[in-house]
Ligand binder design. Structure first.
Ligand SMILES: [Zn+2]
Length: 253
């Protein structure tokens, strides 16, 4: 009897300077087991060859161009067609924007919190899931164009061999469809992307926030947030890296 095999697509090097996913492309480019079949592909081949984030426009911001002009916008059109053949697309990133201050080595981004997306996330180890809840804004991102799209954002260490190992370990868990433990599931934080905190706000209120550490009542008051809600900052940046935003806040769901 024909059994539908779940089809997974792993996209690596959407940003061409995040090379740790190449290990998957070289060692597990395609395959199947009794649960799934998968393929690994390079998101932005041109940028990857030169080890640059992108060539003309950031691929992960190029998915909603009205008319594809840049190399990346054209590449996005090709990828969208490919995504139609897969049940789940995992987009793998390594970022220097998250600092591993209290042991958060990665987080997931999803564009929807429907049941099928959340149940797929059970195979992807991570303590933190961020829902990009703005339906218009999220269209620029790659995973928004998959049936189920999950971004896995790893903290980039100084050692590519370590990053490759972490990515490979999760990949093996995902293709074997081994859910995270119920303990890990309980520990998991699901948050909705709420808003940015500008560098000016940081200066004005003298804020020194820590990644993934919930805001205090005092900090919430300063930022005029709901006092009864819980907020977690991510992507904390000095002005030299991001002149506009100091960090982004996620609200616990
Ligand atoms: Zn990236």
């Amino acid at each position: 009897m024909f059994k539908h095999m779940k089809k997974l697509l792993f996209v690596i090097c959407t940003h061409g300077d995040e090379l740790a996913g190449l290990n998957l492309f070289l060692h597990y480019p395609y395959g199947k087991n009794e649960k799934v079949e998968w393929k690994v592909m390079v998101g932005n081949p041109m940028a990857t060859l030169t080890n640059l984030r992108f060539t003309e426009t950031d691929l992960n911001r190029s998915f909603n161009a009205k008319k594809a002009r840049s190399y990346e916008e054209k590449r996005a059109e090709i990828l969208k067609k490919i995504f139609a053949n897969y049940d789940v697309v995992c987009d793998i990133h390594t970022t220097t924007a998250i600092r591993d201050s209290i042991g958060w080595d990665k987080c997931l981004f999803v564009n929807s919190v429907d049941q099928s997306t959340l149940s797929e996330c059970r195979y992807v180890p991570s303590d933190y899931i961020i829902w990009d809840s703005d339906p218009t804004y999220q269209k620029q991102y790659l995973p928004a164009h998959a049936k189920i799209g999950i971004t896995i954002e790893y903290t980039k260490t100084k050692n590519a061999a370590i990053d490759m190992k972490r990515i490979e370990k999760d990949f093996i868990q995902i293709i074997n469809q081994k859910p995270i433990s119920s303990q890990a599931e309980k520990k998991r934080l699901l948050c909705r992307a709420d808003r940015g905190v500008t560098q000016d706000e940081k200066d004005k209120h003298n804020l020194f926030l820590k990644e993934f550490v919930p805001l205090t009542q005092e900090e919430k008051k300063k930022l005029k947030l709901h006092l009864e809600k819980e907020y977690y900052p991510v992507f904390i940046n000095p002005r030299s890296i991001d002149p506009k935003y100091y960090c982004f806040l996620n609200e616990k769901m």
